[in-house]
Design a protein around this ligand. Structure first.
Ligand code: PA5
Length: 470
């Protein structure tokens, strides 16, 4: 087994560091272990029974094989641009992998990239898409569009797809359309499957029983990653390695269990906000991926017995060091209602040395000749120190390095953390019933006949009441 390369450091939530009022005492840690052991066992049992198939994605050999075959075929052609159309779980993982594992200037500098440019559209903003369409118009034959939708009925993805489909049909004809599109969708059912089969599109599958937010290690996230030169085998190996740790029915040896238990503990002790604060540009979009898996999985009206509980921690993204100059004032002096999770990198693949200070500014001399990585990590420690000074609990996910393996580990760690937290909160972590009403209201407002009765209900809210216009 390769040596593990990420670790959860949790000393700074302990009472020995931040005191008994806000910290976790040894006794409470023991109680948390007792409470969480059955939750680990329950997740392991669900996995064995096939209830949570995302757990086995890192072991599946067919998906990476199929992904690599499509990626090879695309890369052997004339593909300069790869465009993902998707939203939520069908986009956030793709964005996170690209930011984490490819250089900042990837799209701009062909010397820095091992694949086509990547664009991910996870919205229906007319100006954003309009600008892109003005640019892509004469490059369509060198562009592959990867539409990702399990259902095919998601309004945003469907709208983007219909725009691109029409454009491709007009410019390149039916065969061109089929050639330039790869669909990732349900194996058998759904609107996108119907379209893909009818138009003879290349397809890869969204595995059965795997919800969008748990799907990044399936073809949903793997195809764009593989096309852009990310080592998907190493990423899956990292996830497998983390699986071994997260399956252990030994609380103190299981980072997902500790992570879930600490989060659950603080939620029940007036700290319902979970701030994830990466100190690395590459890790910043993992926070968006985390926000989705945490919010959609754990925010629920009912518990598993059907009682109303209105439960759910609120995930917040903050960026180190940027948000030190925006949020930290609140984090230190505002209500002590947050648990902080820092992401810290020990060794950066690239470093930059800070230049000499001008003679007129000797006060900047302390910076000159120092490594930028040292400044970044010093600022992380400084911020953590300041928060601890004010008795704010802090966790750190420590990355030895940012590479495909550690990113695979991180993803799997937070997926299993979410599952175990779901059991601790006693809710169904795998549904998202509250997303439906907004989707249906959109259908109604956009004129779908089968949702027309909703229009009347929405109408009073659509009318602007002048009394309240300031
Ligand atoms: O996590 C989820 O299940 C959602 O975010 C979905 O991924 C999102 O709604 C997109 O759904 P679909 O893939 O059916 O277009």
């Amino acid at each position: 087994m390769p040596e593990s390369k990420i670790a959860l450091y949790y000393k700074n939530v302990s009472a020995s560091v931040i005191g008994d009022e806000h910290g976790i005492t040894d006794e409470q840690f023991k109680e948390l272990a007792q409470k969480t052991l059955p939750a680990i066992a329950e997740c392991n049992k669900q996995r064995k029974e096939g209830v949570i198939p995302y757990r086995d994605l890192p072991y599946n050999e067919d998906y990476p094989k199929a992904v690599k075959a499509v990626a090879e075929e695309i890369k052997s052609g004339d593909c300069e641009n790869f465009v993902v159309l998707g939203i939520g779980g069908s986009a956030l993982g793709n964005i996170a992998l690209q930011t984490a594992l490819n250089p900042y200037m990837y799209n701009m500098d062909e010397n820095q990239r091992k694949g086509p440019r990547l664009f991910v559209f996870d919205n229906v903003d007319p100006m954003q898409l309009g600008s892109f369409l003005s640019w892509i118009g004469d490059k369509l034959d060198k562009t592959i569009f990867n539409v990702i939708s399990k259902s095919g009925r998601t309004a945003e993805t469907a709208a983007q797809f219909l725009v691109i489909r029409q454009l491709l049909l007009e410019k390149l004809g039916k065969d061109g359309f089929a050639k330039q599109v790869v669909a990732v969708t349900d194996a058998k059912a759904g609107t996108m499957r119907k379209i893909a089969d009818d138009s003879k599109l290349r397809t890869l599958v969204v595995p059965d029983g795997v919800g969008g937010r748990f799907s990044v290690l399936s073809p949903v996230g793997l195809l764009s990653a593989a096309i852009c030169g990310i080592d998907i085998d190493a990423m899956l190996a990292g996830a497998r390695q983390m699986d071994e740790r997260c399956s252990k029915e030994d609380f103190f040896a299981n980072p997902a269990a500790i992570n879930a238990a600490i989060n659950w503990h603080y939620y029940n002790r007036q700290k319902p906000i979970s701030v994830m604060m990466p100190y690395a540009y590459a890790l910043k979009d993992l926070s968006d991926w985390y926000r989705q898996i945490w919010a959609e999985s754990l925010g629920k009206t009912h518990n598993r017995q059907g009682d109303e509980v209105f439960v759910g921690p609120t995930p917040v993204k903050a960026i180190g060091t940027t948000d030190q100059h925006s949020q930290v004032q609140l984090y230190r002096e505002g209500p002590n209602d947050k648990l902080f999770t820092f992401l810290q990198v020990k060794e950066f693949e690239q470093d930059v040395t800070i230049g000499a200070n001008p003679q007129v500014a000797p006060e900047l001399g302390y910076l000159s000749g120092q490594k930028m990585s040292k400044l970044l990590n010093s600022e992380k420690l400084a911020t953590e120190y300041a928060l601890l000074h004010d008795k704010r609990p802090c966790l750190t996910v420590l990355f030895d390095r940012i590479d495909a393996s550690t990113i695979g580990e991180f993803i799997y760690l937070f997926e299993v953390t979410t599952s175990i937290a779901g059991v601790l909160f006693d809710i169904d972590a795998y549904n998202q019933p509250a997303v439906e009403l907004g989707k249906e209201a959109t259908f109604a407002l956009m004129g779908r006949e089968d949702f027309s009765e909703l229009v009347e209900k929405i109408e009073p809210f659509a009318r602007i009441d002048d009394t309240f216009l300031a």
